[in-house]
Design a protein around this ligand. Structure first.
Ligand code: KIV
Ligand code: ZN
Length: 383
């Protein structure tokens, strides 16, 4: 069966940059956009131009300097927003306006003090207005995760009629369980007229740690675009992490999907975004964390030395990390110790290794990690 292509929509420069304290200037945004283009993302959401003159300027400049990906500009379902979003896109080779409105009862009642009927009217108007400026219009149903499926289907059908090319189904509050999100996409596929003429997009937040699982559940059930950010940065607990969904798609062949991402650039891009935003990547972060390919327990190290696949499901080279590392701690065994000594040019018979190992453990109980210089010190006075 032919593999299905999943489009990667990166929103590091918009949803990602909404994180307090990680604001980027125009020059940093252009540099990040260039890295995203090189890595092969399909769509770059460059910003929310009505929000500030600086953001407008960044979107405009990104349109000038980026050639291949679609450049997307965010707006609310408000005429002025749409005009400004369109104006910032004037140099884009492939422009897209992303407009939308809250559709859950919380948003309709408390945020807009409105009714479902009026919300549909505003959504239709917004899409029609955006279509006057660009052909490619993505509609987001904010808080779709907590929107009742029948109403969601109704508004989706209305905006498709109005000309939307992409339907974004955000789990804005990160509330959905993977089964619920899967069911939502399945429901739309089954109950919305002309749904097959548009692309369904996932946009999941990580408030309960389920954004990656929900995005994957979404594509399994018919979505063809995933919205995500480098390192999963974004509002509150963040967005779906690009590197996670891309590697899941690559490693799980049975899913029968592919992306255009050059995964060998994942680690470098993650580092670059982390440096620009000042947002540290936690060491245990999947794929790009400092410990993602480090092994410290004796049992794991022994297996890994015998065959990498015993404890790794990804070859680190595939994400641009040179090699797995064997860290020496008090939990390491003889096999890891011998392996690290061998790298330094030493090899010992069993009984000598035993003696060294006992001395090593005394060191290791005092230190968090044992480095090459410690290994050399341990050898002193051992005959
Ligand atoms: O999380 C969300 O709903 C959003 C929309 C603006 C797309 O970021
Ligand atoms: Zn979001």
């Amino acid at each position: 069966m032919k593999k299905k292509r999943i489009q990667i929509f990166d929103t590091t420069l918009r949803d990602g940059e909404q994180v307090p304290g990680c604001q980027l200037n125009t020059s940093e945004k252009i540099k990040i956009a260039r890295k995203l283009e090189k890595m092969g993302v399909d769509i770059i959401e460059a910003g929310f131009p009505i929000s500030s003159p600086g953001d407008f300027n960044s979107v405009e400049k990104i349109c000038k300097y980026i050639y291949k990906p679609i450049i997307c500009s965010l707006s609310r379902a408000v005429k002025k927003d749409i005009e400004v979003a369109a104006s910032a896109l004037k140099y884009a080779k492939n422009p897209r306006i992303h407009t939308g409105i809250g559709t859950s009862k919380y948003h309709i009642k408390y945020k807009f003090n409105s009714t479902p009927k009026k919300i549909i009217e505003v959504a239709i108007e917004a899409v029609k207005y955006a279509k006057k400026f660009v052909e490619d219009v993505e509609f987001y149903a904010e808080d779709a995760g907590r929107t009742e499926n029948n109403f969601l289907a109704k508004i989706c059908e209305a905006v498709i009629k109005a000309g939307a090319t992409v339907l974004n189904i955000p789990d804005t509050t990160g509330y959905c369980l993977p089964e619920e999100y899967a069911e939502k996409i399945k429901f739309l596929k089954k109950n919305v007229n002309s749904i097959d003429k548009v692309t369904i997009s996932t946009h999941c937040h990580d408030d309960m740690g389920l954004s990656t699982a929900n995005s994957i559940a979404g594509i399994i059930n018919g979505a063809k675009q995933i919205e995500c950010t480098i390192n999963g940065i974004g509002e509150r607990a963040g967005n779906t992490s690009l590197e996670e969904v891309v590697m899941i798609i690559k490693q799980h062949k049975k899913l029968n999907f592919y992306t255009k991402i050059n995964t060998k650039l994942l680690y470098k891009t993650s580092k670059f975004v982390s440096e620009c935003t000042g947002m540290f990547v936690q060491s245990n972060k999947a794929i790009v964390g400092a410990n993602a390919f480090s092994h410290s327990s004796g049992i794991h190290q022994d297996g890994l030395i015998k065959k990498r696949e015993t404890y790794e499901v990804i070859d680190p080279k595939d994400v641009g990390v040179n090699k797995s590392s064997i860290l020496l701690t008090a939990r390491s065994g003889r096999s890891a110790l011998a392996y690290r000594y061998k790298k330094l040019g030493y090899s010992f018979n069993k009984s000598k290794l035993n003696i060294i190992y006992h001395k090593y453990l005394k060191y290791a109980d005092k230190k968090k990690e044992i480095y090459d210089e410690d290994l050399k010190k341990i050898l002193k006075n051992i005959k």
